[in-house]
Design a protein around this ligand. Structure first.
Ligand SMILES: *Cc1c(COP(=O)(O)O)cnc(C)c1O
Length: 445
Protein backbone atom coordinates (compact mmCIF):
# COMPACT_ATOMS: atom_id res chain seq x y z
CA UNK A 1 0.00 0.00 0.00
CA UNK A 2 1.23 3.46 -0.83
CA UNK A 3 2.24 5.34 2.31
CA UNK A 4 -0.34 8.00 1.52
CA UNK A 5 -3.27 5.72 0.75
CA UNK A 6 -5.63 7.18 3.30
CA UNK A 7 -8.42 6.68 0.79
CA UNK A 8 -9.18 3.63 -1.28
CA UNK A 9 -12.07 2.19 -3.27
CA UNK A 10 -12.92 -1.37 -2.19
CA UNK A 11 -14.28 -4.34 -4.10
CA UNK A 12 -17.86 -3.21 -3.44
CA UNK A 13 -17.08 0.06 -5.17
CA UNK A 14 -17.38 2.09 -1.97
CA UNK A 15 -14.88 4.53 -0.57
CA UNK A 16 -12.74 3.53 2.40
CA UNK A 17 -10.80 5.79 4.74
CA UNK A 18 -8.08 4.23 6.86
CA UNK A 19 -9.45 0.80 5.92
CA UNK A 20 -13.02 1.54 7.06
CA UNK A 21 -16.02 1.70 4.73
CA UNK A 22 -17.32 5.29 4.55
CA UNK A 23 -20.86 4.14 3.74
CA UNK A 24 -20.87 2.11 6.97
CA UNK A 25 -19.47 5.12 8.84
CA UNK A 26 -22.22 7.32 7.39
CA UNK A 27 -24.82 4.75 8.46
CA UNK A 28 -23.47 4.36 11.97
CA UNK A 29 -22.68 8.00 12.74
CA UNK A 30 -25.18 9.73 10.44
CA UNK A 31 -24.23 12.68 8.21
CA UNK A 32 -22.83 15.25 7.91
CA UNK A 33 -19.75 13.93 9.67
CA UNK A 34 -16.05 14.72 9.58
CA UNK A 35 -13.88 11.59 9.41
CA UNK A 36 -10.11 11.48 10.06
CA UNK A 37 -7.53 8.80 9.36
CA UNK A 38 -5.38 8.67 12.51
CA UNK A 39 -2.46 6.92 10.81
CA UNK A 40 -2.14 9.64 8.21
CA UNK A 41 -1.99 12.31 10.93
CA UNK A 42 0.70 10.36 12.78
CA UNK A 43 2.68 9.77 9.58
CA UNK A 44 2.74 13.49 8.83
CA UNK A 45 3.83 14.38 12.37
CA UNK A 46 6.57 11.74 12.21
CA UNK A 47 7.97 12.78 8.87
CA UNK A 48 8.63 16.34 10.04
CA UNK A 49 10.09 15.09 13.32
CA UNK A 50 12.28 12.51 11.54
CA UNK A 51 13.55 15.17 9.13
CA UNK A 52 14.71 17.38 12.02
CA UNK A 53 16.36 14.36 13.61
CA UNK A 54 18.06 13.28 10.41
CA UNK A 55 19.23 16.58 8.98
CA UNK A 56 19.46 18.83 12.01
CA UNK A 57 20.66 16.46 14.71
CA UNK A 58 17.30 16.57 16.48
CA UNK A 59 18.01 20.19 17.44
CA UNK A 60 14.42 21.33 17.11
CA UNK A 61 10.75 20.62 17.65
CA UNK A 62 7.71 20.25 15.42
CA UNK A 63 4.79 22.31 16.67
CA UNK A 64 1.43 21.24 15.27
CA UNK A 65 -0.47 24.46 14.45
CA UNK A 66 -3.67 23.41 16.14
CA UNK A 67 -5.87 26.15 14.72
CA UNK A 68 -6.15 23.82 11.69
CA UNK A 69 -8.05 21.30 13.83
CA UNK A 70 -8.39 21.53 17.56
CA UNK A 71 -10.02 19.08 19.97
CA UNK A 72 -8.73 17.03 22.89
CA UNK A 73 -7.95 13.92 20.84
CA UNK A 74 -5.61 15.69 18.42
CA UNK A 75 -3.57 17.04 21.33
CA UNK A 76 -3.32 13.50 22.71
CA UNK A 77 -2.02 12.26 19.36
CA UNK A 78 0.51 15.12 19.18
CA UNK A 79 1.67 14.31 22.71
CA UNK A 80 2.06 10.61 21.87
CA UNK A 81 4.10 11.55 18.81
CA UNK A 82 6.35 13.68 21.02
CA UNK A 83 5.77 16.92 19.22
CA UNK A 84 4.67 20.31 20.52
CA UNK A 85 1.71 22.45 19.54
CA UNK A 86 0.82 26.02 18.64
CA UNK A 87 -2.17 27.67 20.23
CA UNK A 88 -3.64 30.99 19.15
CA UNK A 89 -6.32 31.57 21.77
CA UNK A 90 -7.26 30.83 25.34
CA UNK A 91 -9.70 28.26 24.01
CA UNK A 92 -7.05 26.26 22.18
CA UNK A 93 -4.72 26.60 25.14
CA UNK A 94 -7.40 25.41 27.54
CA UNK A 95 -8.32 22.46 25.32
CA UNK A 96 -4.68 21.33 25.10
CA UNK A 97 -4.04 21.69 28.82
CA UNK A 98 -7.36 20.06 29.63
CA UNK A 99 -6.36 17.13 27.40
CA UNK A 100 -3.20 16.76 29.50
CA UNK A 101 -0.81 18.28 27.01
CA UNK A 102 2.65 19.17 28.35
CA UNK A 103 2.51 23.00 28.65
CA UNK A 104 6.25 23.39 28.18
CA UNK A 105 5.78 22.21 24.59
CA UNK A 106 3.10 24.80 23.84
CA UNK A 107 3.82 27.93 21.83
CA UNK A 108 1.27 30.75 22.10
CA UNK A 109 0.60 33.06 19.16
CA UNK A 110 -1.73 35.94 18.39
CA UNK A 111 -1.55 39.57 17.24
CA UNK A 112 -3.88 40.70 20.01
CA UNK A 113 -3.63 38.27 22.91
CA UNK A 114 -6.02 39.15 25.66
CA UNK A 115 -4.94 39.64 29.24
CA UNK A 116 -6.76 36.54 30.42
CA UNK A 117 -5.11 34.52 27.65
CA UNK A 118 -1.64 35.65 28.73
CA UNK A 119 -2.55 34.88 32.35
CA UNK A 120 -3.75 31.41 31.42
CA UNK A 121 -0.46 30.83 29.58
CA UNK A 122 1.71 32.07 32.47
CA UNK A 123 -0.26 30.24 35.14
CA UNK A 124 0.12 26.97 33.26
CA UNK A 125 3.80 27.30 32.36
CA UNK A 126 3.45 27.60 28.59
CA UNK A 127 6.88 27.13 27.01
CA UNK A 128 7.02 30.00 24.55
CA UNK A 129 4.98 33.10 23.89
CA UNK A 130 5.49 34.76 20.52
CA UNK A 131 5.09 38.47 21.14
CA UNK A 132 3.55 40.61 18.44
CA UNK A 133 2.98 44.14 19.81
CA UNK A 134 4.46 46.73 22.17
CA UNK A 135 1.45 46.72 24.44
CA UNK A 136 1.60 42.95 24.72
CA UNK A 137 5.27 43.02 25.69
CA UNK A 138 4.67 45.55 28.44
CA UNK A 139 1.62 43.73 29.77
CA UNK A 140 3.32 40.33 29.64
CA UNK A 141 6.40 41.63 31.46
CA UNK A 142 4.16 43.03 34.18
CA UNK A 143 2.12 39.82 34.51
CA UNK A 144 5.28 37.70 34.62
CA UNK A 145 6.81 40.02 37.20
CA UNK A 146 3.77 39.80 39.49
CA UNK A 147 4.08 36.00 39.32
CA UNK A 148 7.82 36.07 39.92
CA UNK A 149 8.64 34.26 36.69
CA UNK A 150 10.79 34.87 33.66
CA UNK A 151 8.92 33.93 30.49
CA UNK A 152 10.65 32.73 27.32
CA UNK A 153 9.50 34.70 24.31
CA UNK A 154 10.12 34.97 20.57
CA UNK A 155 9.47 38.08 18.50
CA UNK A 156 7.20 37.66 15.50
CA UNK A 157 9.21 39.09 12.65
CA UNK A 158 8.12 40.03 9.19
CA UNK A 159 10.88 39.06 6.76
CA UNK A 160 9.21 40.72 3.78
CA UNK A 161 8.26 37.50 2.02
CA UNK A 162 4.60 36.83 1.43
CA UNK A 163 3.62 33.56 -0.12
CA UNK A 164 0.29 32.11 -1.07
CA UNK A 165 -0.38 29.02 -3.16
CA UNK A 166 1.68 29.33 -6.33
CA UNK A 167 2.84 32.92 -6.02
CA UNK A 168 5.01 34.84 -3.61
CA UNK A 169 6.30 38.37 -3.37
CA UNK A 170 9.23 40.04 -1.66
CA UNK A 171 8.39 43.41 -0.20
CA UNK A 172 10.16 45.93 1.93
CA UNK A 173 6.86 47.30 3.20
CA UNK A 174 4.46 44.64 4.22
CA UNK A 175 0.86 45.45 4.94
CA UNK A 176 0.18 42.90 7.64
CA UNK A 177 -1.37 42.95 11.07
CA UNK A 178 1.29 40.41 12.07
CA UNK A 179 4.87 40.90 13.14
CA UNK A 180 7.59 43.51 13.26
CA UNK A 181 9.29 44.31 9.98
CA UNK A 182 12.98 43.62 9.48
CA UNK A 183 13.19 46.16 6.64
CA UNK A 184 11.94 49.22 8.47
CA UNK A 185 13.94 48.48 11.62
CA UNK A 186 10.98 47.90 13.95
CA UNK A 187 12.05 44.29 14.56
CA UNK A 188 15.50 45.44 15.69
CA UNK A 189 13.98 48.10 17.96
CA UNK A 190 11.81 45.42 19.52
CA UNK A 191 14.90 43.33 20.29
CA UNK A 192 16.43 46.26 22.19
CA UNK A 193 13.14 46.91 23.95
CA UNK A 194 12.93 43.29 25.08
CA UNK A 195 16.52 43.17 26.30
CA UNK A 196 15.43 45.65 28.98
CA UNK A 197 12.49 43.59 30.18
CA UNK A 198 13.45 41.84 33.37
CA UNK A 199 10.77 39.18 33.31
CA UNK A 200 10.98 38.27 29.65
CA UNK A 201 13.72 36.15 28.15
CA UNK A 202 14.18 36.76 24.42
CA UNK A 203 15.04 33.38 22.94
CA UNK A 204 14.75 34.28 19.28
CA UNK A 205 12.45 34.90 16.35
CA UNK A 206 9.43 33.63 14.54
CA UNK A 207 8.12 34.13 11.04
CA UNK A 208 5.23 32.61 9.11
CA UNK A 209 5.14 33.60 5.46
CA UNK A 210 1.77 32.26 4.36
CA UNK A 211 -0.26 29.16 3.76
CA UNK A 212 -0.92 26.54 1.07
CA UNK A 213 2.59 27.10 -0.34
CA UNK A 214 3.91 24.70 -2.97
CA UNK A 215 7.32 26.16 -3.73
CA UNK A 216 10.58 25.89 -1.84
CA UNK A 217 11.89 29.26 -2.89
CA UNK A 218 9.85 31.43 -0.51
CA UNK A 219 10.92 29.24 2.43
CA UNK A 220 14.56 29.48 1.32
CA UNK A 221 14.38 33.25 0.93
CA UNK A 222 12.64 33.72 4.26
CA UNK A 223 15.24 31.57 6.04
CA UNK A 224 18.04 33.56 4.42
CA UNK A 225 16.47 36.81 5.59
CA UNK A 226 16.05 35.49 9.12
CA UNK A 227 19.65 34.26 9.35
CA UNK A 228 20.93 37.58 7.99
CA UNK A 229 18.88 39.36 10.66
CA UNK A 230 20.26 37.05 13.35
CA UNK A 231 23.84 37.66 12.13
CA UNK A 232 23.29 41.40 12.12
CA UNK A 233 22.07 41.37 15.73
CA UNK A 234 25.11 39.40 16.78
CA UNK A 235 27.49 41.83 15.10
CA UNK A 236 25.77 44.92 16.41
CA UNK A 237 24.78 43.90 19.92
CA UNK A 238 26.43 40.55 20.55
CA UNK A 239 22.92 39.11 20.79
CA UNK A 240 23.00 35.32 20.48
CA UNK A 241 19.80 33.86 18.98
CA UNK A 242 18.80 30.63 20.64
CA UNK A 243 15.60 29.71 18.76
CA UNK A 244 14.35 30.18 15.21
CA UNK A 245 10.72 29.40 14.38
CA UNK A 246 10.06 29.22 10.64
CA UNK A 247 6.27 28.82 10.81
CA UNK A 248 4.12 26.53 8.68
CA UNK A 249 2.38 26.85 5.35
CA UNK A 250 3.18 23.67 3.40
CA UNK A 251 0.50 23.09 0.77
CA UNK A 252 -1.91 20.17 0.34
CA UNK A 253 -3.95 18.66 -2.47
CA UNK A 254 -7.55 19.83 -2.86
CA UNK A 255 -8.08 19.37 -6.60
CA UNK A 256 -5.87 18.39 -9.51
CA UNK A 257 -4.92 22.06 -9.88
CA UNK A 258 -2.73 21.43 -6.79
CA UNK A 259 0.29 19.17 -6.65
CA UNK A 260 -0.19 15.89 -4.84
CA UNK A 261 2.91 15.87 -2.69
CA UNK A 262 4.60 12.71 -1.49
CA UNK A 263 6.04 12.28 2.00
CA UNK A 264 9.44 12.86 0.41
CA UNK A 265 8.27 16.19 -1.01
CA UNK A 266 7.30 17.37 2.48
CA UNK A 267 10.70 16.23 3.79
CA UNK A 268 12.29 18.28 1.03
CA UNK A 269 10.48 21.47 2.06
CA UNK A 270 11.81 21.18 5.55
CA UNK A 271 15.23 20.15 4.30
CA UNK A 272 15.44 23.26 2.15
CA UNK A 273 14.97 25.35 5.31
CA UNK A 274 17.49 23.26 7.25
CA UNK A 275 20.05 23.42 4.43
CA UNK A 276 19.96 27.22 4.47
CA UNK A 277 20.41 27.29 8.25
CA UNK A 278 23.28 24.80 8.14
CA UNK A 279 25.10 26.59 5.31
CA UNK A 280 24.62 30.13 6.50
CA UNK A 281 25.38 29.54 10.17
CA UNK A 282 28.62 27.79 9.23
CA UNK A 283 29.61 30.54 6.84
CA UNK A 284 28.79 33.30 9.32
CA UNK A 285 30.12 31.45 12.39
CA UNK A 286 26.78 31.55 14.15
CA UNK A 287 25.44 29.12 16.69
CA UNK A 288 22.87 26.81 15.07
CA UNK A 289 19.51 27.88 16.48
CA UNK A 290 17.00 25.45 17.96
CA UNK A 291 14.55 25.04 15.05
CA UNK A 292 10.80 25.19 15.40
CA UNK A 293 8.37 24.60 12.54
CA UNK A 294 4.60 24.88 12.67
CA UNK A 295 2.77 22.82 10.08
CA UNK A 296 -1.01 22.78 10.48
CA UNK A 297 -2.85 22.16 7.23
CA UNK A 298 -0.35 19.58 5.95
CA UNK A 299 -0.70 17.44 9.09
CA UNK A 300 -4.48 17.16 9.22
CA UNK A 301 -5.80 18.48 5.89
CA UNK A 302 -5.66 15.39 3.71
CA UNK A 303 -6.27 13.12 6.70
CA UNK A 304 -9.87 14.33 6.88
CA UNK A 305 -12.94 13.98 4.68
CA UNK A 306 -16.56 15.07 5.13
CA UNK A 307 -19.47 12.74 4.42
CA UNK A 308 -22.87 14.07 3.39
CA UNK A 309 -26.19 12.65 2.26
CA UNK A 310 -27.71 13.97 -0.94
CA UNK A 311 -31.15 15.55 -0.53
CA UNK A 312 -32.84 17.90 -2.98
CA UNK A 313 -31.58 18.08 -6.56
CA UNK A 314 -32.38 21.06 -8.76
CA UNK A 315 -31.57 21.03 -12.44
CA UNK A 316 -31.83 24.53 -13.89
CA UNK A 317 -32.03 23.79 -17.59
CA UNK A 318 -29.05 25.05 -19.52
CA UNK A 319 -27.57 26.74 -16.49
CA UNK A 320 -26.57 24.56 -13.58
CA UNK A 321 -27.45 21.51 -11.57
CA UNK A 322 -27.50 21.90 -7.81
CA UNK A 323 -27.06 18.85 -5.64
CA UNK A 324 -27.99 19.87 -2.10
CA UNK A 325 -26.57 18.02 0.88
CA UNK A 326 -27.18 18.05 4.63
CA UNK A 327 -24.17 20.31 5.34
CA UNK A 328 -23.26 23.82 4.29
CA UNK A 329 -21.18 26.87 5.08
CA UNK A 330 -21.71 26.29 8.81
CA UNK A 331 -19.42 23.25 8.62
CA UNK A 332 -17.55 23.94 5.34
CA UNK A 333 -16.82 27.68 5.34
CA UNK A 334 -13.87 27.84 2.95
CA UNK A 335 -15.88 28.18 -0.25
CA UNK A 336 -17.83 31.11 1.17
CA UNK A 337 -14.58 32.67 2.44
CA UNK A 338 -12.21 32.10 -0.46
CA UNK A 339 -14.13 30.28 -3.23
CA UNK A 340 -11.95 27.28 -2.40
CA UNK A 341 -12.07 24.31 -4.74
CA UNK A 342 -12.65 20.72 -3.73
CA UNK A 343 -12.83 17.22 -5.12
CA UNK A 344 -15.87 15.11 -4.28
CA UNK A 345 -17.11 11.64 -5.17
CA UNK A 346 -20.18 9.50 -4.56
CA UNK A 347 -18.80 7.34 -1.77
CA UNK A 348 -21.40 4.60 -2.28
CA UNK A 349 -20.78 4.35 -6.06
CA UNK A 350 -17.15 5.34 -6.22
CA UNK A 351 -16.28 3.36 -9.34
CA UNK A 352 -19.00 4.76 -11.56
CA UNK A 353 -17.84 7.11 -14.30
CA UNK A 354 -18.55 10.81 -13.88
CA UNK A 355 -21.21 11.93 -16.32
CA UNK A 356 -22.04 15.46 -15.25
CA UNK A 357 -20.77 18.59 -13.58
CA UNK A 358 -22.74 19.74 -10.59
CA UNK A 359 -22.58 22.30 -7.83
CA UNK A 360 -22.80 20.81 -4.36
CA UNK A 361 -24.87 23.20 -2.29
CA UNK A 362 -25.51 23.40 1.42
CA UNK A 363 -28.76 23.91 3.31
CA UNK A 364 -28.18 27.44 4.62
CA UNK A 365 -30.30 30.41 3.63
CA UNK A 366 -27.59 32.10 1.55
CA UNK A 367 -27.10 31.72 -2.17
CA UNK A 368 -23.33 31.69 -1.58
CA UNK A 369 -23.73 28.59 0.57
CA UNK A 370 -21.80 26.30 -1.74
CA UNK A 371 -19.64 23.36 -0.68
CA UNK A 372 -18.00 22.75 -4.05
CA UNK A 373 -18.65 24.23 -7.49
CA UNK A 374 -18.33 22.41 -10.83
CA UNK A 375 -17.64 18.95 -9.48
CA UNK A 376 -17.69 15.99 -11.83
CA UNK A 377 -19.96 13.25 -10.47
CA UNK A 378 -21.95 10.25 -11.65
CA UNK A 379 -25.68 10.97 -11.82
CA UNK A 380 -26.45 11.69 -8.15
CA UNK A 381 -29.69 10.59 -6.49
CA UNK A 382 -31.26 11.57 -3.24
CA UNK A 383 -29.79 9.30 -0.55
CA UNK A 384 -26.36 8.95 -2.13
CA UNK A 385 -23.37 9.58 0.14
CA UNK A 386 -21.03 12.32 -1.02
CA UNK A 387 -17.45 12.43 0.26
CA UNK A 388 -15.52 15.70 -0.03
CA UNK A 389 -11.76 15.28 0.25
CA UNK A 390 -9.11 17.26 2.11
CA UNK A 391 -11.45 18.76 4.68
CA UNK A 392 -9.29 17.96 7.71
CA UNK A 393 -7.88 21.48 8.12
CA UNK A 394 -9.85 24.68 8.74
CA UNK A 395 -13.26 23.02 8.52
CA UNK A 396 -14.31 21.73 11.92
CA UNK A 397 -12.13 24.43 13.51
CA UNK A 398 -13.97 27.13 11.56
CA UNK A 399 -17.46 25.66 11.88
CA UNK A 400 -20.32 27.60 13.43
CA UNK A 401 -23.93 27.08 14.37
CA UNK A 402 -25.12 29.42 11.58
CA UNK A 403 -28.84 29.03 10.95
CA UNK A 404 -28.75 27.07 14.21
CA UNK A 405 -27.49 24.02 12.39
CA UNK A 406 -25.53 21.45 14.39
CA UNK A 407 -21.75 21.53 14.13
CA UNK A 408 -21.15 17.99 12.84
CA UNK A 409 -19.41 15.41 15.00
CA UNK A 410 -15.87 14.21 14.28
CA UNK A 411 -15.01 10.52 13.94
CA UNK A 412 -11.48 9.17 14.18
CA UNK A 413 -10.62 6.01 12.27
CA UNK A 414 -7.68 4.04 13.58
CA UNK A 415 -6.73 0.57 14.79
CA UNK A 416 -9.68 -0.92 12.91
CA UNK A 417 -12.22 1.17 14.79
CA UNK A 418 -14.19 4.36 14.17
CA UNK A 419 -15.04 6.44 17.22
CA UNK A 420 -16.24 9.90 18.06
CA UNK A 421 -13.59 12.42 19.04
CA UNK A 422 -16.16 15.20 18.95
CA UNK A 423 -19.70 14.17 19.80
CA UNK A 424 -22.81 15.32 17.90
CA UNK A 425 -24.68 18.37 19.14
CA UNK A 426 -28.30 18.26 20.23
CA UNK A 427 -31.08 20.86 20.17
CA UNK A 428 -30.38 21.26 23.88
CA UNK A 429 -26.80 22.32 22.99
CA UNK A 430 -28.18 24.83 20.52
CA UNK A 431 -30.12 26.73 23.21
CA UNK A 432 -27.71 26.01 26.09
CA UNK A 433 -26.35 29.54 26.46
CA UNK A 434 -29.50 31.40 25.53
CA UNK A 435 -30.86 33.52 28.35
CA UNK A 436 -34.30 35.06 28.57
CA UNK A 437 -34.52 38.16 30.78
CA UNK A 438 -37.44 38.28 33.19
CA UNK A 439 -39.22 41.04 31.26
CA UNK A 440 -39.30 38.86 28.12
CA UNK A 441 -40.79 35.84 29.83
CA UNK A 442 -44.33 34.83 28.92
CA UNK A 443 -46.89 36.10 31.32
CA UNK A 444 -49.60 33.51 31.51
CA UNK A 445 -53.05 34.89 32.23
C1 LIG B 1 -1.76 29.35 10.61
C2 LIG B 1 -0.41 29.34 11.15
C3 LIG B 1 0.40 28.22 10.98
C4 LIG B 1 -0.03 27.00 10.22
O1 LIG B 1 -0.17 27.24 8.85
P1 LIG B 1 -0.55 26.03 7.86
O2 LIG B 1 -0.70 26.68 6.55
O3 LIG B 1 -1.81 25.44 8.35
O4 LIG B 1 0.59 25.05 7.91
C5 LIG B 1 1.64 28.24 11.57
N1 LIG B 1 2.09 29.31 12.27
C6 LIG B 1 1.32 30.40 12.43
C7 LIG B 1 1.84 31.53 13.22
C8 LIG B 1 0.06 30.47 11.87
O5 LIG B 1 -0.68 31.56 12.05
Amino acid sequence: MNERDTLKINAKGTLEIGGMDTVEIAKKFSTPVYVYDEQHIRNMMRLYKDTINEYYGGNGLVLYASKAFSCKAIYRIAQQENIGIDAVSGGELYTAINAGFNPSKICLHGNNKLKHELELALDNGVGIIVVDSHSEVDLLDQLASSRGIKQDVLIRVNPGIEAHTHAFVQTARTDSKFGFSIHDGTAEKMVLHLMNKRNLNLKGFHCHIGSQIFEKEPFVLATEKMIAFIADLKTKYGFETNTLNMGGGFGIWYTDEDSKLSFDDYREYLRSIIDVINNKTEKLHLKKPYLLIEPGRSIVGEAGITLYTVGAIKDIEGIKKYVAVDGGMFESPRYALYQSKYTAILANRANEPCTEKVTIAGKCCESGDIIAADVALPLAKSGDIIAVFSTGAYHYSMASNYNRNFIPPVVLVGNGTAEYIVKPQSYEDIVRNDAVPERLKWKQN
